[in-house]
Design a binder for this molecule. Structure first.
Ligand SMILES: Cc1cc2nc3c(=O)[nH]c(=O)nc-3n(C[C@H](O)[C@H](O)[C@H](O)COP(=O)(O)O)c2cc1C
Length: 182
C-alpha cells in the first residue's frame, strides 16, 4: 500500500489515459475514501456524478468547454468523467439561512476543494489518474446535466488508468516562500 507522503508527492494531474474502463467498484472505493475529507461541521456537501458515456463526454467536450485549456481533448480521452457538485446553503450557513462568517458563500468552495483533493489522492493510491478541471461553461453545463435545484456544479474530474508515460511534477515553491513565522 502507498504511504501518505508518497501519495502526496507522486500524485500528478493526469491528462492522458489508457482505454481501460474504470469499474464502478473502483470508483465506489474512491468515493468511499473521499467521504473521509474534513468538512464544515461535518456537513459533507460534496457529491459526484459519474458520466460514463463516450457520446455524452464528446458532447460536453464540444459544447460546454471554453476555448482556453486542453479540456476538450482530456474529456474525450478519459474513460470516465466525474462532475463534482455540492448541496447549497449548508456549509458556512446557520440553520436560519444566514452566513456564519464574512466568508459568506466561500466555505462551500473550500470544502469542495478539500473533497476533490481527497478524491484525487484516493484515486492515485488505487492506481487511477485524475485531473481536476475548472475551465468550462459552468452554468450551461449545469443545465445540460440537470443538476438538482439544491445543488451547484463545482468542478469536473477526469478519471482513468494513467498513460504509462511518466509525468514530472511542475515546480513547487520552497518552504521559505510558503511559510512565515510572526
Ligand atoms: C481548482 C483547479 C482547477 C484546475 N483546472 C484545470 C483545467 O481546467 N484544466 C487542466 O488541464 N488542469 C486543471 N487543473 C490542474 C492544475 O493545472 C495542476 O494541478 C497544476 O498544474 C499542478 O500540477 P499537478 O497537479 O500535476 O501537481 C486545475 C487544478 C485545480 C486545483
Amino acid at each position: 500500500m502507498m504511504d501518505v507522503q508518497t501519495c502526496i508527492r507522486t500524485r500528478r494531474s493526469v491528462r492522458k489515459f489508457t482505454s481501460e474502463p474504470v469499474s464502478r467498484a473502483l470508483l465506489e472505493q474512491v468515493v468511499e475514501l473521499a467521504a473521509y475529507a474534513p468538512s464544515w461541521k461535518n456537513t459533507q456537501i460534496s457529491r459526484y456524478i459519474a458520466i460514463e458515456s463516450p457520446k455524452e463526454q464528446e458532447l460536453i467536450a464540444k459544447e460546454y468547454c471554453l476555448p482556453s485549456a486542453n479540456n476538450p481533448a482530456i474529456i474525450q480521452n478519459a474513460p470516465l468523467l466525474v462532475a463534482q457538485t455540492f448541496i447549497k446553503n449548508r456549509c458556512g450557513f446557520e440553520r436560519d439561512g444566514s452566513y456564519t462568517t464574512d466568508r459568506e458563500e466561500g466555505w462551500q468552495y473550500y470544502d469542495c476543494g478539500i473533497a476533490a483533493q481527497t478524491f484525487c489522492l484516493a484515486a492515485h493510491a488505487l492506481g487511477l489518474g485524475t485531473v481536476i478541471m475548472g475551465v468550462f461553461d459552468r452554468k450551461r453545463l449545469q443545465e445540460y446535466l440537470q443538476i438538482p435545484e439544491d445543488q451547484e456544479l463545482m468542478a469536473l474530474i477526469a478519471v482513468g488508468h494513467p498513460d504509462p508515460t511518466p509525468l514530472t511534477a511542475p515546480k513547487r515553491k520552497d518552504v521559505q516562500t510558503l511559510l512565515s513565522y510572526r
